[in-house]
Write a protein that binds this ligand. Structure first.
Ligand code: IPD
Ligand code: CA
Ligand code: CA
Length: 266
């Protein structure tokens, strides 16, 4: 893959898609539900995914696409070049708040993360990373993350995971929350991941996400010097759902060993 060429195209399309989404704010949204009443999707999510698919298929016909809304390909492996796309990550925020949502794109070659893009449209923040070249916010390189400890850290996590739930032993997360300096929740995995990359938060934990939620952000965190794994410390799965734990150097190991490995993950 000609990484530079693919990146330039992806950047152009994500900015264009952002303009289209921004101009949709004046129109009435058609909101639909998916698996449950809180699992929302709008026509804008679908149109944005179709927009990317048309562009990618027209320019890179040999590339394959895994998109949340299902207009891409059905994949059973990650051979060749695969675009993993979430057209709007944080749809509930998009509908209720018109902010705190992002487009997320991860481009993988034979399973290896090559290019990550996350565009926070309303705040006009475009994050990107190319393998081995660092992480950038609006074209400026982010400084490498420094070591941190739990006591001085902000942990991003949804309150759902400290209530009894089917995914994770909520008791295991209570000591971490008690020990950390503070917690935040933004409602967009992609935004929470790039916030780890900038140091706005120091860690992000989510028991159950899909590849399109984390494919782009994970590359950006790693290029900023952080680590992204499952809550068990395993490599992320880009074809199936996974838990996600992102943090900077030092902190990732500390939280994994002292808090997460003590608990039960399904
Ligand atoms: C959701 C967001 C949210 C996370 C959910 C995801 P969507 O993505 O990333 O932060 O907690 O699990 O499904 O549905 O808005 O693309
Ligand atoms: Ca998502
Ligand atoms: Ca989405």
């Amino acid at each position: 893959m000609d990484t530079e060429h693919v990146f330039e195209q992806a950047k152009k399309w994500i900015l264009e898609a952002g303009d289209r989404i921004r101009s949709s704010f004046d129109k009435t949204l058609n909101v639909h539900t998916k698996s449950d009443p809180n699992d929302l999707v709008t026509d804008i999510d679908r149109d944005t995914e179709k927009f990317f698919i048309e562009k990618i298929r027209g320019t890179f016909p040999e590339h394959r696409i895994l998109g949340e809304e299902g207009f891409g390909d059905t994949l059973s492996d990650l051979e060749g070049v695969v675009w993993i796309i979430d057209p709007i990550d944080g749809t509930m925020n998009f509908i209720h708040q018109q902010r705190n949502f992002a487009i997320s794109i991860g481009i993988y070659e034979n399973g290896k993360g090559k290019i990550g893009l996350v565009y926070d449209i309303v705040h006009k923040e475009l994050y990107h990373a190319k393998e081995g070249s660092g992480a950038f916010l609006n074209g400026r390189e982010l400084p490498k993350l420094e070591r941190a400890n739990v006591k001085e850290s902000i942990v991003a996590m949804n309150a759902t995971w400290v209530m009894e739930n089917k995914m994770v032993d909520h008791n295991m997360l209570i000591p971490l929350i008690r020990e950390a300096r503070g917690t935040r929740s933004y409602g967009s995995a992609a935004i929470e991941l790039v916030y780890v990359a900038t140091g706005r938060v120091n860690a992000y934990i989510s028991p159950r996400l899909a590849p399109w939620d984390y494919a782009g952000g994970a590359i950006i965190v790693e290029e900023a010097g952080g680590s992204v794994t499952s809550l068990n410390g395993d490599k992320l799965d880009m074809l199936n759902k996974s838990s996600v734990f992102a943090a900077g150097p030092g902190l990732h190991g500390e939280i994994l060993e002292q808090y997460l490995k003590a608990g039960k993950i399904e």
